[in-house]
Design a protein around this ligand. Structure first.
Ligand SMILES: Cc1cc2nc3c(=O)[nH]c(=O)nc-3n(C[C@H](O)[C@H](O)[C@H](O)COP(=O)(O)OP(=O)(O)OC[C@H]3O[C@@H](n4cnc5c(N)ncnc54)[C@H](O)[C@@H]3O)c2cc1C
Length: 246
């Protein structure tokens, strides 16, 4: 975006997503004190720093045997900017998630649109639910870039034309495509994030493979990297136990 209002109305094209951790209260120790209340009662907080190896073992045991609730006593809030089609998939995750998204009724939507990077595989093979993606040809890549940009520009012009004629934002937005970028805050805990990652990322350690759309996976990979820094033992146990949320 620029400071010039005219430039702000010119469509711009992005092939990446934004994921920022804006707020958090999340550490491996949150899992430990919650779990140890079972046996240590109100002393469970004092037990935290006693024996790191035992702590690692306890987290691994909870993950392996799917004792999930100790992984809920933490919170992470992410700011995410991604195409609307990613948010449609994202908001299917109902449990342990809170969302707030920018409004197309209360503000004029900015012309930022998704165009896949060259590295994004374009051609699907195999059967539904188990697609494999392969590189597109040069011609397919050029077509995708050109067709998307033309359609986006055309759609945004129609949106602007209606706004200029006094039509309400909530009506005019109907012409905007799902490749338009939106932004939201999403808050979760480690348990709900693990469930999300199990479904929305592909990983060699996954015991139950999933086949997510690449663009939501891009968001998931960034969230995972930020979470792994906050809760390294929990993250390692998630991987060791087949990336199945407890
Ligand atoms: C690769 C892939 C392809 C998909 N394709 C489609 C598609 O074609 N069409 C489509 O509509 N969706 C599709 N989805 C979305 C999918 O069906 C889920 O809605 C989404 O993955 C969220 O999963 P969830 O319900 O487990 O998560 P959450 O809503 O976060 O729920 C977490 C867990 O809570 C429990 N739970 C939540 N709500 C209920 C309930 N009402 N009753 C009982 N238990 C509940 C379940 O154990 C659930 O796993 C797809 C998802 C993936 C990953």
């Amino acid at each position: 975006m620029t400071d010039d209002p005219v430039d702000d109305l010119k469509p711009s094209f992005r092939s990446d997503v934004t994921v920022e951790l804006v707020k958090h209260s999340a550490a491996d120790s949150d899992v430990l004190w919650a779990a140890r209340v079972s046996t240590a009662g109100e002393q469970s907080l004092d037990e935290l720093k006693k024996d790191p190896e035992r702590s690692k073992g306890l987290i691994n045991y909870l993950m392996r045997d799917r004792h999930g609730s100790p992984f809920e006593h933490n919170s992470m809030t992410f700011f995410i900017s991604a195409p609307i089609f990613v948010f449609r998939e994202f908001m299917r995750h109902r449990v342990g998630w809170s969302y707030n998204e920018e409004s197309g009724r209360y503000r004029e939507l900015q012309p930022v649109f998704y165009v896949p990077a060259e590295s994004r595989k374009l051609v699907q093979e195999g059967r539904p639910g188990k697609y494999r993606f392969v590189e597109g040809t040069r011609a397919q890549q050029e077509l995708v870039g050109r067709a998307m940009e033309d359609a986006y520009v055309h759609a945004y012009e129609a949106y602007q034309e209606m706004l200029a004629a006094g039509v309400a934002r909530e009506v005019a937005r109907s012409v905007l495509p799902v490749g338009l970028f939106s932004s939201m805050y999403a808050t979760c805990n480690a348990r709900s994030l693990m469930h999300f990652l199990g479904l929305r990322t592909q990983h060699e350690l996954a015991q139950v493979p999933s086949f997510p759309q690449r663009e939501i996976e891009m968001v998931g990979e960034r969230m995972e990297a930020l979470w792994a820094e906050l809760m390294p033992l929990t993250h390692a146990a998630f991987n060791t136990n087949g990336r199945i949320a407890p």
